[in-house]
Design a protein. Structure first.
Length: 428
């Protein structure tokens, strides 16, 4: 195991209210097992993550949007309680963007990667990402930004139905808005109605040409970078199962080398001078090109998949880098499997009813590295037990709510603006 500066604690920051975010638990366990004192500022401080024996202390973050000044006060108060400078690792896009904006006012309290101004917000913005891919000639789905409801309907038809609709800045969505970050629009009227909710969403609506999914089409890259966009540790993986099916988060993933995905990730990070942790999502089209779909400027939920035999992963590499320690060269361990137990179960059950012939069980071949489980750990069992109980109760409540039926949302018209189109770049 690398030599860590255990005098420097870590504060994990997550502003998203989801209590079942297994990536936060993975960071708590990874850093805690290395002897580092781990604190967490989360909306659901009493959730399953708070039960981990590797978490030193948790702090409540108010639910809903948090203004920068309010978050600054909270972080400074937490810093006072910790009593010494700590590394700050955001675990969601909102947290990463806010931390970058506040970085200059947190000097002396928290250690953060030195990023170009506004970079996390730029790469997390779906419209900016499309422009960035065009600049670098990286494959990206053809994208339109309509300026009116009629233009949205026309763009959906031109791109081909069904089309994918995304909100440019999904971290601005609130639960009260009743909107999803990504939606499949099947008719022009779907696109028209969705555009009319622009004011409620808080950011622009994007329409993209849909890339059909299927076996071996969904890939991701996780990495940690230092000065000049140099990669400290990273790897590509394939999404074996998702929840919801075909379009959701990684329920089961496997570490598999993919030179095209890795080259695209390294080229992008180097061009941006990116420093810190990132999570990229790709989809392969019918011509074999890998299109960049999402850029998340923080650890992905399944980051523990990319753990080398010495235990090095992206959060450990970042702590070493921020504390001035040498980050040893990583040793690749392809073949490892990641399984988020709750979502993998849902995915397997749903697939059994929707796929024919049904997909076979996912196994680890003899001689290959083993399985990284999101929740269960023999040395830290309480989060798994708490997740199971909370997840079942939450599922029962949601099921009852859906049976009762929710009141339909009332669209709020938005002021038309000129539309512009972002062309689909070609394979480098």
């Amino acid at each position: 195991m690398p030599s860590f500066d255990t005098d420097v604690p870590v504060l994990l920051l997550r502003l998203d209210p989801n209590p079942f975010h297994h990536g936060t638990l993975g960071a708590v366990r990874s850093l805690g097992r290395a002897g580092i004192e781990v604190h967490a500022a989360v909306v659901s401080a009493r959730g399953p993550v708070g039960r981990s024996r590797f978490l030193h202390r948790s702090y409540d973050i108010p639910a809903g949007p948090v203004a920068d000044d309010t978050l600054l006060e909270l972080l400074l108060d937490i810093s006072d309680r910790i009593g010494r400078p700590a590394a700050l690792i955001p675990m969601d896009d909102r947290g990463a963007i806010a931390a970058a904006r506040l970085a200059g006012r947190l000097l002396g309290r928290f250690l953060l990667p030195a990023q170009p101004a506004g970079l996390p917000e730029r790469v997390a913005d779906k419209a900016e990402l499309a422009r960035l891919c065009r600049e670098l000639d990286l494959p990206h789905p053809e994208t339109a930004i309509p300026g009116s409801a009629e233009q949205a309907a026309e763009a959906a038809v031109e791109l081909g139905l069904p089309a994918v609709a995304k909100w440019s800045r999904p971290w601005l969505l609130t639960p009260s808005a009743g909107l999803r970050s990504t939606t499949l629009v099947r008719t022009p009227d779907d696109a028209r109605r969705l555009y009319e909710l622009t004011d409620r969403a808080g950011s622009a609506l994007l329409l993209q040409r849909r890339l059909p999914g299927g076996p071996d089409t969904d890939w991701f890259f996780h990495g940690c970078f230092t000065h000049g966009g140099r990669c400290l540790i990273g790897g590509s993986g394939r999404k074996e199962r998702a929840w919801p099916l075909r379009t959701g988060l990684t329920a089961v993933g496997r570490w598999l080398p993919n030179p095209e995905v890795e080259r695209a990730a390294l080229r992008l990070a180097g061009h941006l001078g990116y420093r810190g942790i990132l999570d990229l999502d790709f989809r392969r089209d019918t011509e074999g090109r890998y299109h960049l779909l999402d850029f998340n400027p923080r650890p992905g939920a399944q980051f523990r998949l990319f753990t080398d035999p010495s235990g090095l992963d992206v959060v450990r590499a970042l702590h070493l880098d921020l504390t001035g320690r040498t980050v040893p060269g990583p040793r690749s361990s392809p073949g490892r499997l990641f399984r988020a137990e709750n979502y993998a179960l849902l995915s397997a059950v749903a697939a059994a009813f929707s796929e024919w012939p049904p997909a076979g069980p996912l196994t680890v071949r003899a001689g290959r590295p083993g399985v990284e489980r999101a929740w269960f750990a023999a040395d830290d069992p309480l989060p798994f037990l708490a997740m199971t109980g909370s997840w079942l109760r939450s599922g029962a409540r949601k099921g009852a709510h859906r049976m009762r039926g929710a009141a339909p949302a009332v669209p709020q018209p938005a002021r038309p603006a000129p539309a512009h189109r972002l062309g689909a770049p070609q394979q480098p």
